[in-house]
Design a protein around this ligand. Structure first.
Ligand SMILES: Nc1ncnc2c1ncn2[C@@H]1O[C@H](COP(=O)(O)OP(=O)(O)OP(=O)(O)O)[C@@H](O)[C@H]1O
Ligand SMILES: [Mg+2]
Length: 358
């Protein structure tokens, strides 16, 4: 039997809040219902959070939906309507006070997104911003390793998940919740839910810039991200060669499709300067990125040379920028950070803007 929204709703008509006559369908408690392959995501909007009600609704929903197909994977979630009668605003989770959110993406894997994220974060910190990193690479979260905090477990405080602090950067990553050798299959609704939690349930208070490291490709994560967070924009990372540029064009098209401004392009591993003889080698060719920027109007933010010490620093968990001030790579990151200043709004500025609106 094909599972459709209708069949799901039909099944959920057996679910009701304790001591209530109407089902969750009739009483309009369902704020989202999505199906993707074998995963079902149900979100209930309650007047106020109540663990007994939530347990009961989770249990009943699982039972009712599994009766349709026992192989379904079911995610049940709850949001509070916070006394707001407008359905639209009740659906929206409260906004944490983050000044600016910038996604770092590329169409292709292994081009250095995570290394760029970590070092750009350090460069922004040097410019006196309070910086956070959200590692949304659910399949291969590498930022905890690059910041030397793998294996740490975040704690809860005041009902908020506390980011792990590393080298003055706040970090949240799926890597803190998944064992390294645990192969997990993330389906669309689960990715959406996790990203939403990473935004709403994590204590990002006072963060000026949150950099979001994306997994390679144009899959569910960037889409969920653009639906969940008020992104300031995205930064694309590419290698200079043609193959990588073809993929970055895909990422460019995807961000445009979901209305996320593209703040600029960073060309990584643009050349290798031999430490022995000083010869410049363009290992991955040259020129493609500037052509791409000319064609699309995307600002060119800069090029990061290949430096084996950057790779070493990533592996050691000590960001390159900490011990390599003034090198070509460090200067390149500082220039990129500097050129983003014009779009960055700090947490204080955000608060002022909210007060003015109120
Ligand atoms: N400019 C550079 N010089 C030397 N090594 C680099 C440079 N940039 C990245 N690397 C190295 O290249 C490898 C891939 O980088 P990284 O993990 O940051 O890429 P990614 O795009 O995040 O990959 P994935 O798509 O798998 O998430 C790492 O070993 C990293 O240390
Ligand atoms: Mg990565």
């Amino acid at each position: 039997m094909e599972i459709t929204q209708e069949s799901l709703l039909e099944a959920l008509k057996t679910v009701r809040l304790p001591a209530q006559k109407q089902s969750v369908v009739e009483s309009g408690l369902i704020s989202r219902l999505e199906i993707q392959e074998k995963s079902v995501f149900v979100e209930y909007r309650l007047a106020e959070r109540n663990s007994m009600f939530e347990k009961s609704l989770s249990f009943q929903s699982n039972k009712a939906l599994k009766a349709l197909d026992s192989s379904l994977e079911i995610v049940v979630d709850f949001v509070e309507s916070a006394g707001d009668s407008s359905a639209e605003s009740a659906k929206k989770p409260p906004r944490p006070a983050i000044g600016s959110i910038i996604a770092v993406g590329s169409g292709k894997g292994g081009v250095g997104k995570s290394s760029v994220t970590v070092n750009l974060a350090m460069a922004l910190k040097k410019l006196k911003y309070s910086v956070g990193i959200l590692d949304c690479d659910l399949y291969g979260p590498s930022i905890p390793t690059m910041l030397g905090v793998e294996g740490k477990k975040p704690m809860m405080l005041n009902r908020k998940i506390q980011p792990i602090e590393a080298h003055g950067i706040k970090l949240m990553s799926a890597g803190f919740f998944v064992e390294e050798d645990q192969g997990l299959i993330w389906r669309g609704p689960m990715i959406h839910k996790l990203i939403q939690q990473f935004y709403v349930d994590v204590d990002w208070e006072g963060t000026d810039v949150l950099l979001v490291d994306l997994p390679p490709g144009t899959g569910d994560a960037p889409l969920s991200l653009s639906q969940t967070m008020p992104l300031t924009g995205s930064v694309l990372v590419t290698l200079p060669q043609k193959i990588s540029l073809i993929d970055v064009k895909r990422a460019y098209a995807m961000f445009r499709q979901v209305n996320v401004p593209i703040l600029g392009l960073i060309e990584n591993m643009s050349e290798f300067v031999c430490p022995e003889c000083g010869t410049h080698s363009e290992i991955f060719s040259r020129g493609g990125s500037t052509n791409f920027c000319k064609e699309t109007g995307v600002p060119f933010l800069g090029e990061i040379p290949i430096d084996p010490q950057l790779r070493e620093a990533c592996d050691r968990g000590l960001p390159y920028l900490i011990n390599h001030e003034g090198t070509a790579v460090a200067e390149a990151f500082m220039r990129v950070a500097d050129s983003l200043r014009s779009v960055i709004r700090t947490a204080d500025e955000l608060e002022e803007a909210v007060q003015i609106v109120l």
